[in-house]
Design a protein around this ligand. Sequence first.
Ligand SMILES: Cc1ncc(COP(=O)(O)O)c(C=O)c1O
Length: 308
Amino acid sequence: MAAISAVFLSLCSSGDRIAAARQLYGGSYSLLTHMLPRYGITTTFADVSDLEAVAAACDGAKLLYCETIGNPVVTVADLPSLAAIAEAAGIPLIVDNTFASPILCRPLEHGAQMVLHSATKFLGGHHDLTGGVLCSSSAEALEPVKALARALGPTLAPFTSWLALRGMATLHLRVARSSDSALVIARVLADHDDVESVNYPALETDAGHDLAATLLGGRGGGTLGFSIAGGRERAARFQSELRLIRPAASLGGTHSLIVHAASVTHTQLSKDELELVGISEGFCRLSVGLEDVEDLLADIDQAMQRSA
Ligand SMILES: Cc1ncc(COP(=O)(O)O)c(C=O)c1O
């Protein structure tokens, strides 16, 4: 969040407006809707898949902001089209690439000017650091952000940097493993009687499937969403019955973690906003770790049965 705030605060001034995808991490959404307006910076949101609405939001905006794979509904952003829209509006496209990681997607190659990662997730990969990364192919573009960072001090500590570098040595192996397991789990959940819907871009039936093929190398990443029948109460019972998968709000690490989006990661959204983004009462976000996929399936199966 320090990297994200540094970008917005260094590129925007009071009176400016940001164009942003509606499908965003709750913390980013909250920064844009509740914090930045206090400093005179407002945001127009658009569904990331509705390119006409995005183009309209970009008119007169200072920058376009989206996530490669939106948290938590895992919508894949059409980065080349968004980059073309931003370019036509004369503004930079800035992409949070946390869910995809640089293994699945490198947005700078698709026309983004700046790319952010929560290193807390896949880059670190072991649930033991909190940090953020900001990249650009232009050193000059980063100058205003560096100036702001010097003024406000959002700097990664040396030990945290070391942990991130150590984690990144195995990034390619971890992303491949968790993506492969996530696809197996998504297929099983899609066939489960107690599951109303599954969001996972590598699933043949998913709206993001074609974009995943071209932008993510056919993989869907380690995170999937699913809506469990029975709403919020069933989702809570299901989570409390899990033995291997742990209820916790992070993702992209060694251990599989699950969250009920409406009550944990996206509490900042009103009922109407949740509906607009596609987060139902029973919506859970599952981050698939490095455990044996058969063990994960067995855990899901027993928790489904016990919570029924
Ligand atoms: C897509 C995305 N971006 C940014 C963040 C914020 O990351 P951090 O907790 O490392 O500040 C998160 C956290 O979940 C996230 O999911």
